[in-house]
Design a protein around this ligand. Sequence first.
Ligand code: ZN
Ligand code: ZN
Length: 245
Amino acid sequence: MKITDGIHRIGNGLINSYLLGEGSEVTIIDAAVPGYWSDLPGELAAMGRTLEDVRAIVLTHGHSDHIGFAERARRERSIPVSVHELDALLARGKVPNPSKGTGPVRPMPLLRFLVLAIRLGGWHIDRLDEVATFGDGATLDVPGSPRAILVPGHTPGSAALHMPDRDALFVGDAFATVAVTTGQTGPQIAPFTADSAEALASLDRLTGIEAHWLLPGHGEPWTGGSDAAVAAVRESAAAATMGRR
Ligand SMILES: [Zn+2]
Ligand SMILES: [Zn+2]
């Protein structure tokens, strides 16, 4: 699905993988679930590209629903994969998921998410044998040259990727616009977050960033600006806290 010129998305919006075209080359932001591998050629064709044009996969963090087809792409097509250095061990399956559980759950949306994930091969995801790393503030040497902004909390090495010339900010799971566990929409802390307080504090790093397209790992694009998104996440977190009292 085309989001805007040069940015496409695979999936129905629940688990996102983005394709970023730059000249004749493509960078994939997040590899979602293994089943998207078979959707890749068609989506690349819609951009006038093929698998041969994919130069890099960049992961916003090391969770399994972002690693998806990355190891396969690396092994079969020698496409390099990178992640922030603090999530490298997670992406390689060398440390347990730091997630503190799901947060609130509603059975039907959660079931829908699990059925979708399993159908798309999410039952078993190959962790990466090798992954390159980048640090906070790095401009990545991949098509599109996104700049990494460390936003720890969801995982220690969660990174947002900013592309000013594309008016785009890939936020990974720094926040989500749908909670796969409840079906609730709107900017909010993503389920499976390791440290919600840290994740909320990290949003300071996204305020003031100019980008029309805020593109999350889960949910539809947010086009209301980063400051409004951050305010909405904080509002939703405050409401959730009130609800628990
Ligand atoms: Zn995640
Ligand atoms: Zn995720």
